[in-house]
Design a protein. Structure first.
Lengths: 345, 334
């Protein structure tokens, strides 16, 4: 029975994760074509974390994310064409080309401002948690941030406030530094934390904190469900550290698709797992991990994965074409939206 | 019916009415009037709005973010940052989050948060309790800044700030709290971007901000004895700024003295002088004078503090200098 129940959420989750992955591959391709300017960050390798947590949030809940936001937007259901158009700086972008890759924001989906200031998102999310609590409707605010955000003082201040006010907050630390630097030194994931255990930071403030494998959708989902239930019950904030293996393409200063376009057939056995990144494909790529688990159900499942992937790739190709077809904004519109003119509702 | 009330009481009345008017409004930081005698005025708000006044830890950055994020999520918080110079700790949240979020989202997200601090040379505050950072914040597009000088303006501008869809900073001078003035019974939000002519005159325009309005009025009174008619303009809102009222006054007087307590270099007195030099040049009969705080940290010792701070004597001297300056050749007979 357990596996039957998990299938209810596993299939949609795999589709979401595939959408996130194919979206990022589209972004990468556009970058190689010099279709947009500026630095960017990809969410590859962290899909299980964002997809699983967002899948158990409700429409009324609020979300704050960071410079590595694309996956969160797509998981929440943002239009990929509008998101790509934003990254391309086009008028048809989610934000009319004013935010760009670092600041994708879809308020209609519950996102508050997407801050690229490290730690900024934690502090703003605590404000969203305050609004949720004031509102009394049982909504929860979730903050997605990297391990580096805990290097900022405001993160500590904000968690202290969240704990004092018992705000309905989910702090999701996506620790993607496990082997970026630390492994080479034989220590904890990051180079720059004096403390060896990130969970000690929230715990020292009285915030319940758990660590899960961020590449394992089951573990992330279970932790999120338990945490959100506590938040809605007035228990106060919960901190989840989701530990992911760093995607090898994130190690260089500029993202590089060193693992290639995702070959979903590596999950079904149709394509052998081999090469320099075999370890990544076999043990750490969250999309392949979930797909492999589902493919084990048999030939029908294998076929369903293939079909879903083809459909999603086609959808992302169409989204890319639509984004490229969107015009650039009129230069003279640059001074619009400095201030809101209508009364806020 | 118009009653006389203190600046602090008018401000608290506006907070009370603002909380009554909108259930989404709350106060983050309940020591809005500092820790001086006026703080007892806040007791009524705490009593009448239980659960809507919170006293957060000493964490200016998180407190500013709390209000900013809450506003993004549909709340309408009033955030007290205490003494103005402590707001430096919240710069990132005010300048790089609240002020830019509406723009970055392409106009899709609004941030109706109100920030408040007590600024200015308060007497023996030394460098770290005497700052007036509004000019620095005016350099951050996206933030509305209001600086009331009278009880009636304090009431109307605070109501306006609490109703505004934008992040709005209210800068109250610490020495304004006890000042008394009329507060009409019929009262409501004041529109932003409308200056108030606090005294009419035809010889010299003096634009003064916040507490400086009173020093300008005192100087004008003295100058009137010598037959010099000074027009005192209080912009009331620094962002947006009422350019039209200032330019039309300068068109009438041909002379301008700008007073601000923020330091001179890169300050608002400089910025406003630049505006008039560019847009009102052909009306000018004399160079524009600026009276601002000296470009030094505020010292502790009273004679040193007085030396660096604008006051009625300095304004009077600047007006007299402005009148003694020769009319530029090109403007003669014009």
């Amino acid at each position: 029975m357990a596996s039957e129940a998990s299938a209810d959420w596993q299939w949609p989750l795999l589709r979401t994760m595939l959408r996130m992955r194919r979206f990022e591959e589209a972004v990468f391709r556009l970058s190689t074509e010099r279709a947009f300017a500026g630095h960017f960050h990809l969410y590859i390798g962290q899909e299980a974390t964002g997809a699983a947590i967002i899948s158990v949030l409700e429409d009324r809940d609020r979300i704050a994310t960071t410079h590595r936001n694309h996956g969160h937007l797509i998981a929440r259901g943002a239009d990929p064409a509008a998101a790509l158009a934003e990254i391309l700086g086009r008028a048809g972008g989610l934000n009319g080309g004013r935010g760009g890759t670092l600041h994708l924001c879809d308020p209609a989906l519950g996102f508050i401002s997407t801050s690229a200031v490290v730690g900024g998102c934690i502090s703003l999310a605590v404000g969203a948690g305050y609004a949720c609590k004031q509102n009394g409707g049982g909504a929860v605010a979730a903050a997605f941030f990297g391990d580096g955000a805990l290097e900022e003082g405001v993160s500590y201040e904000a968690m202290n406030v969240a704990s004092l006010l018992r705000l309905p907050m989910l702090f999701v630390c996506e620790n993607n530094s496990t082997d970026a630097w630390g492994a080479a030194r034989g220590g904890y994931p990051t180079l720059v934390h004096a403390g060896p255990d990130l969970l000690q930071v929230p715990r020292s403030l009285g915030i319940e904190a758990v660590r899960v494998a961020g590449t394992n959708a089951h573990d992330v989902r279970a932790a999120a469900l338990a945490a959100i239930a506590k938040c809605r019950d007035g228990h106060g904030p919960v901190f989840i550290e989701c530990v992911t293996k760093r995607w090898p393409g994130s190690n260089p200063l500029w993202p590089a698709l060193v693992t290639g376009l995702t070959e979903i057939a590596m999950a079904t056995g149709a394509v052998p797992v081999a090469g320099e990144h075999a370890d990544w494909y076999r043990h750490h790529d969250p999309v392949l991990l979930l797909a492999r688990e589902l493919a084990a159900q048999g030939q029908e499942a294998v076929e369903r994965i293939r079909r879903d992937d083809v459909e999603i790739r086609d959808a992302m190709a169409a989204a890319t074409a639509a984004a490229l077809a969107s015009p650039f904004p009129q230069a003279k519109s640059a001074l619009a939206h400095v201030f809101a003119t209508a009364a806020a509702t | 019916m118009t009653a006389t009330t203190s600046f602090a009481a008018a401000f608290v009345a506006a907070l009370h009415d603002g909380l009554s008017a909108d259930p989404r409004a709350s106060i983050i930081g309940g020591y809005v009037l500092g820790l001086g005698p006026e703080r007892a005025l806040m007791d009524r708000i705490r009593r009448d709005f239980p659960g809507r006044v919170i006293d957060p830890p000493t964490s200016e950055a998180a407190v500013a973010a709390l209000g900013t994020g809450a506003a993004m999520a549909g709340a309408r918080p009033f955030v007290d940052l205490g003494t103005a110079s402590f707001s430096y700790l919240a710069w990132s949240q005010m300048v790089n989050e609240a002020a830019v979020a509406h723009y970055m989202s392409g106009g899709r997200l609004t941030v109706p948060v109100t920030f408040h601090y007590l600024h200015g040379v308060r007497g023996a505050g030394a460098a770290q309790h005497s700052a007036s950072p509004h000019a620095m914040l005016a350099n951050a597009p996206g933030l509305e800044i209001v600086a009331p000088s009278t009880p009636a303006d304090a009431y109307g501008l605070l109501r306006g700030a609490m109703e505004s869809p934008n992040p709005t900073l209210i800068v109250n001078h610490a020495r304004l709290l006890g000042i008394e003035g009329p507060l009409p019974e019929e009262r409501s939000a004041l529109p932003f971007g409308r200056a108030d002519i606090k005294r009419s005159g035809s010889d010299v325009t003096v634009l003064a901000i916040s507490l400086m309005v009173y020093h300008a009025l005192a100087a004008a009174e003295r100058l009137a004895r010598d037959g010099i008619a000074v027009e005192v303009i209080d912009p009331r809102t620094l962002v947006p700024f009422d350019e039209a009222t200032l330019l039309s006054s300068v068109a009438k007087t041909g002379r301008l003295v700008v007073i601000d307590e923020a330091p001179l270099n890169g300050g608002l007195a400089s910025s406003i002088a630049g505006l008039v030099a560019e847009r009102g040049f052909w009306s000018l009969k004399a160079p524009i004078m600026r009276v601002a705080r000296a470009d030094a940290p505020v010292p502790y010792s009273p004679p040193l503090e007085k030396f660096v701070t604008p006051d009625a004597d300095k304004i009077e001297a600047a007006v007299r200098r402005c009148l003694m300056e020769r009319t530029p050749v090109g403007a003669r007979g014009g």
